[in-house]
Design a protein. Structure first.
Ligand code: NDP
Ligand code: A1CAB
Length: 249
């Protein structure tokens, strides 16, 4: 995810980026690559962006205690990992938590943002600029809401890709080749999403305008969600992801 964001940042944000990754071999375009924190010497930075797994933070972050300038801040994309835990691992700095999603890689991401009380306008504006370079950004006023953003938007592309995959599989079952099924399904998803966004109309109204009385869509929709099972499934999907985010705090 960090790499995906970086591809957009180096194109759109005027800043110098240094990546610290012990395992990465190829230098990312537009950024400097170092292997370990000791390679920084006494260099200091405005922002430390934490893009490692939440489970690694307590172990890795303390070694970064000297890399931030006194007015610097931590920004973390780690799912769940709370401001409190980040501040415990690296005390003394404001924290902005970011929950991005994968379409950031093509500048079409949606990110949730939450700032600790001691974060200043410069810190918040800086992180907002980064995330707007990768799509859109929405601030939330309570930290718990960021874990809810994770369940809806952070993990969301995973649900959408899985729905698309299953829809393509169903089209193939109806007799289309893999390529035809992909074109039909992805074209239908894309056109329908564009229509919601461009008209501003409610998905429910648009659904009704496709559905002729006693027609084919009605038959399909009855099988899809006639008993509300799809609605229930999506509620349990987001609830399960939120529960996991809470466990990662
Ligand atoms: N994937 C997604 O869609 C989203 C992910 N996130 C968050 O992003 C974070 C990364 O997740 P994701 O990108 O999926 O996972 P990855 O495993 O792909 O990324 C983790 C990165 O951390 C690097 N790394 C491992 N050890 C160290 C270390 N000691 N010091 C510095 N870097 C290290 C890894 O290097 P290497 O690959 O070389 O081992 C890798 O580049 C997580 O906290 C996750 O919650 C948030 C929103 C969406
Ligand atoms: O699956 C995860 O934990 C990360 C956070 C949101 C998307 N991917």
């Amino acid at each position: 995810m960090g790499g995906a964001l970086l591809t957009q940042w180096v194109k759109a944000v005027e800043a110098d980026f240094t990546i610290l990754d012990p395992f990465l071999d190829q230098q990312p375009e537009g950024a400097r690559l170092l292997k370990k924190v000791e390679d920084l010497g006494d260099e200091q930075f405005d922002l430390l962006i934490v893009a490692i797994k939440p489970q690694m933070i307590d172990e890795i972050l303390p070694a970064y205690k000297n890399v931030l300038a006194s007015d610097g801040a931590i920004a973390s994309i780690a799912a769940g990992c709370s401001v409190q835990r980040l501040k415990k691992a690296l005390p003394g700095f404001p924290v902005v938590r970011i929950m991005p999603n994968l379409p950031s890689a093509i500048g079409a991401g949606v990110a949730g943002l939450y700032a600790s009380e001691d974060a200043g306008k410069t810190h918040k504006d800086g992180v907002q600029e980064l995330m707007e370079a990768a799509g859109t950004a929405v601030w939330v006023g309570e930290e718990d809401m960021l874990d809810r953003v994770t369940a809806v938007a952070g993990s969301g592309p995973g649900y959408v890709f899985e729905i698309a995959r299953a829809y393509i599989e169903a089209a193939q079952e109806l007799g289309f080749s893999a390529e035809q099924a992909r074109d039909l399904v992805m074209g239908t998803l894309n056109g329908s999403i564009q229509m919601v966004l461009e008209t501003g109309d409610d998905p429910e109204n648009l659904r009704n305008s496709v559905t002729s009385k006693n027609g084919t869509t009605e038959a399909g929709l009855n099988a899809l969600n006639g008993d509300g099972s799809l609605t229930k499934l999506l509620k349990s999907t987001t609830e399960a992801a939120y529960k996991r985010a809470v466990e990662l705090r």
